[in-house]
Design a protein around this ligand. Sequence first.
Ligand SMILES: [Zn+2]
Length: 406
Amino acid sequence: MITLEQPYLENNGDFTRLVCDIQEDEKKKQVFFEVENKWAQYLCYERADAFLIGILNYAMRFKHDIVCKAPVTEELLYNINEYLVPSLAINDSKLYPIKITAPVEVEPMPNAGGVGTGVSCGVDSFHCIHNHYNSQYKGQNLTHLCINSVGSFHRGYTKYGIDRARDDVRRRAKAVADDLGLPLIISNSNIKQEFDIYFEHSHTYYSMFAVYCMQKLWKVYYYASTYTFAYFNLKNSSKKDTAYYELLSLQCFSTHNLRLYSEGSTKDRLEKTRAIVDDKLAQKYLHVCCTKGYNCGTCLKCRRTLLTLDILGKLDDFRESFDVDYYKAHRNEYLDWLYENGRTGNIMLKPIYNALKDEFNFMFRFKYSLARIMHKIFEIQDCGTKVRIRILFIKISYKRKNKCRN
Ligand SMILES: [Zn+2]
């Protein structure tokens, strides 16, 4: 059983925290969401909505019913109880159909009409900004940008430094926001530390928690999609990226007052990149790397993006954000990597693999296979050398021991 107490505000110097005391069986926990004082007016302490969304996936995994002491918006509770929880539980035996007990608030929470999105500066993020900065749909255009720290920095940045990566991302986001003349909301939270689930299996919940903490601001929030709607899938969702079922989850977390969109879900990664390659801000600030605060050029996301820019003939436009010369000098290695990882049907690599298929002709495959065979031989030889050295050491130490005994 998880009990969510009434949320409250707490001043923390230049920052204000929205805090919720939480009881998980015998354990007491405290989850906070923190923003600069100037944004405190939008923090929603009157309702449990944000915290319910934030821990929902965790509760379903660990078989916890939830009791909320503060009211939950009726429409949201209806969506979660009647659509989201049963759909997930029926399609995955690892997810428990939890019971949620809460007083309801029929009236929607008023908001300031803000339209927002995250500004991570990746392809998805720039696609969203590009499409909603000065669009023909005036009421759908962005009014604010956000950087929500709800767990994404705890993924691949541990070697580089989580704080360092966070600072890099925030600095870049600030530069983009200043350039666009939009205010940037920077937040911080410990929700992932307190209710920890592998980030890919929970990011939609953590991110919508952040949106609902600022419920009094948002009318619309765009959450940049990962997959197209064609990949919608609910089967065994506890072991998959939550992006696979955002078509359902974001619909369930939306109300008549706050509309959440899985932005960009009509395009694959290649098409999204094509949409932003002429955007000067994207050319300057695009950051896709999953291991460094800058684009390392060799991680999965960097390789994928460089190959995509190559396909689109736009490499030279991205010299400020990537080491394009290194890529050009090592292009064959990138193609080898794509051939090795893309031919098995990887969804994210499929569009670029198909676009570069002609490169993987008979000569390419012959050279690739030959290189693999040579690599294996050297590996065996290397292994043999290690075994021989080991035997030599054992012999020497045996002789030494014998000498000592003598
Ligand atoms: Zn990288």
